[in-house]
Structure formats: C-alpha cells, structure tokens
Design a protein around this ligand. Structure first.
Ligand SMILES: Cc1ncc(COP(=O)(O)O)c(C=O)c1O
Length: 387
C-alpha cells in the first residue's frame, strides 16, 4: 500500500499499540529495542561527587527549556567536534524530538525521502504535515540487510526534495552503511540542498567500534541528529534525549514547537542522564556484551536443523535489534501470536512495520535474551513452527 494515499493522518502507531497489548503481560520479551535498565540506586551510586551534590539538592521545579546546562555540556562533549557546543543541543524526549523536528521542518506538499521500514513516527509525522514520503527501502543480501545508496540517488533525482530522514544503525534491521557510503549519502543530501534528519538513537552500539559513523550534525550544517538515553544506555524511563544541530535556526524552530509539548525536561531525569553519560563507556560496554550474548544464542539455535529449516538470520553490524526471516515466507503475524500464547515468548511481526510480512523483529539487549532464545528453541523443537 502507498501510505501517502491514506485518508487520515496520523494513523495509529502500530508498534506502540502492539506493545501496549503485550509489553507488560508477555512473560518473555524478545523484541525490545532498548537494552537492560540499570537499577536507579546503582546509577546514583556511580555519580561523580558534583553530580551527587546536584542530585541531593535538587528542587523539583520546572527546568531550563533547552535543558540543564551541565547535561547539554556533557552531550556536546560526546560529539567531539568544535562546532558542537552546548548551545547546539536541545534536550527533550526522543519521540518528541522527531515530532517537533518534522512538524517544524515540513509543510504540506513537501517531499521527503525516508529509510523504510522504520520507527513509524519518522514517516508518520511527515505524512501528517501533508508531506509526501518516498521510501528508501532496505534490502537483504547474502551478508545481511543494507541500503543501496544508488537508490537514494535515484529518489533524490526524481524531483525537488525538502529533506531526507535516516536512521542508522537501523531499526528494525541493524543495517549500517560503511563510512564511504555514509559520506556519499551526506554528499547527495547536500547537493540537493535538503535537510538531513538523522535518527541516531542506536549509535554507539556498533559491535566493532570502528564502524561507528560520524554523527550527521558534525558533518553537515543542515543536519539535525537525534539521540538519547533510551536504547544503548538502557534508560528509556528517563524520557531524555536530544536534538543537536549546527543550524541554530532549525533548532530554534524545533524549540518553538517544543513549548507546546513538554516545555522542559523532568528535573530528576536530567541529573540521572548526566550520571549515565559520566559512565557511558561502562554502560555501553555492558549493553554490547548483552547484545552479543543474545546474538550468539540465536546463532546457536540456528545451527540446529530443527530451527534453521524454518528461520533465517544475519548477524547485523550494530544495534540491539534485527529481523528473523520466516524461510517459508509465511506471514509472521500468526506465528508470533501462537508463540506468545503457547510459550510466552514475544517477537514482533513485520506487518506492523508496513513492510514485508515474513519477518519478526528480535531484540538482543536484555539480560534474559539467551535464556528466552533457548525457551523459544525448546518450543520449536516441540513443534511450534510457522505453518
Ligand atoms: C529509531 C527510533 N527513534 C526514536 C525512538 C523513540 O525513542 P523513545 O521511545 O525513547 O522516545 C525509537 C524508539 O523505539 C526508535 O526506535
């Protein structure tokens, strides 16, 4: 279906509705995109003395709408680029960042190109603005999922384009361009004088850190990068993320919309985020270790013909999620339903991504990952296979 043809936007957020039904009831979550959360007491115990003082003396009033200066400073430092100063950082909730950016950057009749499939709001908010969304679709090769940059070039050449929306490492496949491909993507976007909205929520979770791409905000002046505490740091409950751009006009127009949303961030969440960033190397290493353990469990399961006869999987290069394919190309919906009902294991069927239907999203970032994969394998051995 061409999503541009729908009668009413925004349409229901399919993935959020699925999670609303299952996230807190399915006994064995295996499709979460966030990594394991740290207990708050542990995070507080890891605070540097200055941050601990801030925490102990924190008043629960409104906070600065651009974000706490110390947090913006810590965020800006992470980008290791002279042009990224605390003034170029806007703190907000990650999903809110997508909303305010696309609301402020787009108007009816604009055309944007967006990686596909993806986190629905990346395209849906654009559609709700009356923009036309052209899909840059992921492809599956022998080595896994990838985006063909020639196809982006063709899409950009096919007419005026206001902006390009990308998400690398990619939700849901884990696809990640090479450094050369990323440079070419930036070059193409800049040649067309388009904005680049770069959702980098999973950046930092490259299994080989040499694969980590330069953040878009450091290499292109018309780029806005989105990141936050939710995924790779395992702190989605903080609801803290940030937009970063060298273009303060673009950032300012996002902030104007933000005044009509949450206005400012939660005071305790900002200090806890600061503590998270102070310990980022340790937290990222822990997340990566969890991810790799779950991936190894999946590979172990698929080394057995009882499982490999039914499912396909490519180890991605980054991120806490990817897709498992159903070899017989059955729709994943019925299988996911039977799986959660009969074994309690929750996977996410790809029809909810409005893309091909014979995949299921799997998450690697939880401590329970390997045990849940083994539980799934037991169910498969017991005959719970796609029909
Ligand atoms: C690619 C991507 N961007 C943004 C978000 C929103 O993050 P949050 O739920 O923390 O607001 C998500 C959440 O799943 C995501 O996958």
């Amino acid at each position: 279906m061409d999503v541009n043809q729908s009668e009413k936007f925004p349409r229901p957020f399919l993935l959020e509705r699925y999670f609303a039904e299952h996230e807190f009831t399915a006994p064995h979550m295996l499709c979460a995109s966030d990594c394991e959360s740290l207990p708050m007491a542990q995070l507080v115990s890891m605070m540097k003395p200055d941050t601990r003082e801030l925490w102990d003396n924190l008043a629960l009033g409104y906070t600065e709408s651009q974000g706490h200066p110390k947090l913006r400073h810590a965020v800006a430092e992470m980008y290791e680029h002279d042009a990224i100063t605390p003034e170029k950082v806007q703190i907000l909730a990650p999903a809110e960042g997508i909303y305010v950016a696309l609301r402020s950057l787009l108007k009816a009749g604009d055309r944007v190109v967006c990686t596909w499939p993806g986190y629905q709001s990346l395209s849906e908010v654009a559609l709700a603005q009356g923009a036309h969304v052209d899909r840059w679709e992921v492809e599956e090769g022998d080595a896994g999922f990838y985006f063909d940059v020639d196809k982006l070039e063709q899409l950009l050449q096919s007419g005026p384009c206001r902006g390009v929306i990308v998400n690398f490492p990619h939700n849901p496949t884990g696809a990640l361009p090479s450094h050369d491909q990323w440079e070419r993507i930036i070059r193409l976007v800049s040649q067309h004088d388009a904005f680049l909205f770069s959702d980098e929520m999973y950046r930092g979770l490259e299994y080989d850190s040499g694969d980590c791409l330069a953040s878009a905000c450091t290499v292109y002046k018309q780029a806005i990068s989105l990141s936050g505490m939710s995924k790779v740091y395992g702190m989605p409950g903080l609801r803290i993320g940030w937009l970063v751009s060298q273009n303060t006009d673009m950032l300012g127009s996002c902030a104007a919309y933000r005044d009509y949303c949450t206005i400012c961030a939660s005071a305790p969440a900002e200090v806890l985020s600061l503590a998270g960033l102070e310990n980022s190397a340790k937290l990222l290493a822990q997340s990566k270790a969890r991810v790799l353990k779950t991936i190894e469990a999946i590979e172990e399961m698929l080394s057995h013909p009882e499982a490999s006869a039914h499912f396909t999987f490519h180890r991605p290069k980054a991120g806490p999620i990817s897709l498992i394919g159903l070899r017989g190309k059955q729709c994943g919906k019925a299988y996911c339903k039977r799986l959660v009902e009969q074994s309690g294991v929750l996977l996410l069927p790809s029809h909810l991504l409005e893309w091909k239907e014979h995949y299921m999203r799997i998450g690697f970032g939880r401590d329970s990952g390997p045990a849940v994969v083994r539980r799934w394998y037991e169910a498969v051995k017991g005959g719970l296979v796609p029909e």
